[in-house]
Ligand binder design. Structure first.
Ligand code: PLP
Length: 394
């Protein structure tokens, strides 16, 4: 018999009652877990952060939702702050990463049609990417595993190998509207392109009059140690989609764009019933208060650097278990030699929550509030599991 909850997930048989900072506590035994999954890079400030709890409860007592038929001052405030702290001039709010990417894809098509070139509708995407589970975002990523039985796909995407500028340039035609890419691939295995790659994309987009559209759903909001991953490459995109960490656990997403990129987006052309409601905006403004606070991102960077050094040590110490570490900031992964799913299970049993990615990678995505002592604790668990596995002949 089909369970009441549609069985679309392979879930671990564990549930949690509450969380505190970087820890989660389980239903059955009150056991404490170190949460380096963070709701898949969502709980950017950990669990039950006092500033978020206060913002949410205060707003909950006042006003939750009115719809976008009316002005929403909290939304205007958040948009202005995001504009101030990014390349963008304007922001659209929605409820998830896939919706943000969808909105961005509509925006780039509309940009060209408003500019008198409606034939420019195709978007170049990369192998190994993940942009969400809607038909459009699945078609963009073109991952056969995710598409099985869901055809026909949405037309309008041309895929090239991730990180290869020459092949990308060769795929550009008079119908190309934009390049859509994750600055660091998350689900695809924490893949970081070469240092010059984003700069090459920027130059290519300028040369061919394309929009550079970055999917910062996972890499954005401080995850890499800067507010946006693109900042590391000193470039400015035309559009980004973001979600996950921006709500700290409250479902929300956003598309940020330059005025020029968004030139076609006028009243009535796109919308969302829930997008940008008062509750979501209150929480997200509170997330920004913390992330933009003095020294916060600098500390993320510092903790990330020592975590990375320790991961390097683990790879050296257990070459039969780990092949390499990958990623940027606190968006990290260990490419395993042993099966990554089994590694995730063993780590969980030992008290560390992680999440797998493609290419046999286990992702380590702690809350951005993680301290050195938590990193030490995680590395000790990783070392213990690797050592036990080694002694079993793993
Ligand atoms: N884009 C990227 C880079 C992601 O990592 C994800 C989710 O993992 C998405 C888009 C989709 O986000 P959501 O699950 O909120 O729709």
């Amino acid at each position: 018999m089909i369970p009441a909850v549609m069985p679309t997930y392979g879930r671990a048989d564990i549930a949690f009652t509450h969380g505190e900072g970087v820890y989660l506590f389980d239903v059955d035994e009150g056991r404490r877990y170190l949460d380096f999954c963070a709701g898949i890079a969502v709980n950017s400030l950990g669990h039950a952060h006092p500033h978020l709890v206060e913002a949410l409860t205060k707003q909950a007592a006042k006003l939750w939702h009115t719809s976008n038929l009316y002005r929403i001052p909290e939304q205007e405030k958040l948009a202005e702050r995001l504009v101030e702290h990014s390349f963008a001039d304007t922001v659209f709010f929605c409820n998830s990463g896939a919706e943000a990417v969808e909105a961005g894809m509509k925006l780039v098509r509309r940009h060209h049609s408003a500019g008198g070139e409606p034939e420019r509708s195709r978007i170049i995407t990369c192998t190994g990417s993940f942009h969400g589970r809607t038909l459009g975002t699945l078609s963009a990523a073109n991952n056969p595993k995710h598409l099985d039985g869901f055809g026909p796909m949405v037309d309008g995407f041309d895929q090239v190998p991730f990180g290869n500028l020459n092949e990308l340039r060769a795929a550009i035609t008079g119908e190309t509207a934009a390049i859509l890419i994750e600055p660091v691939q998350g689900e695809g295995g924490m893949n970081v392109p070469d240092a010059q790659f984003l700069q090459g994309l920027r130059a290519t987009a300028d040369e061919f009059n394309l929009l550079l559209f970055l999917d910062e759903v996972q890499s954005g909001m401080g995850r890499t140690g800067k507010l946006w991953a693109y900042e590391w490459d000193s470039i400015k995109p035309d559009v980004i989609a973001t979600a996950k960490g921006i709500g700290g656990g409250f479902p929300m997403g956003a598309v940020l764009a330059t005025e020029d990129a968004a030139r076609g987006m006028t009243a009535g052309l796109h919308g969302s019933t829930f997008g940008g409601n008062q509750l979501a905006m209150a929480v997200s403004n509170a997330v920004l208060d913390v992330i933009l606070g003095d020294g916060f991102l600098g500390k993320v960077h510092t903790v990330a650097r020592s975590f990375q050094a320790m991961l390097s040590g683990l790879v050296d110490a257990y070459p039969n278990i780990f092949e390499s570490w990958r990623g940027m900031g606190l968006m990290l992964g260990l490419k395993c030699i042993v099966p990554n799913g089994d590694m995730m299970t063993r780590l969980r049993e030992a008290g560390l929550l992680t999440v797998v990615a493609a290419d046999n990678v286990v992702r380590l995505l702690p809350p951005l509030t993680v301290e050195e002592q938590h990193v030490d604790e995680a590395v000790a668990i990783l070392g213990q599991v690797a050592s036990e596995w080694t002694s079993e002949g793993g």
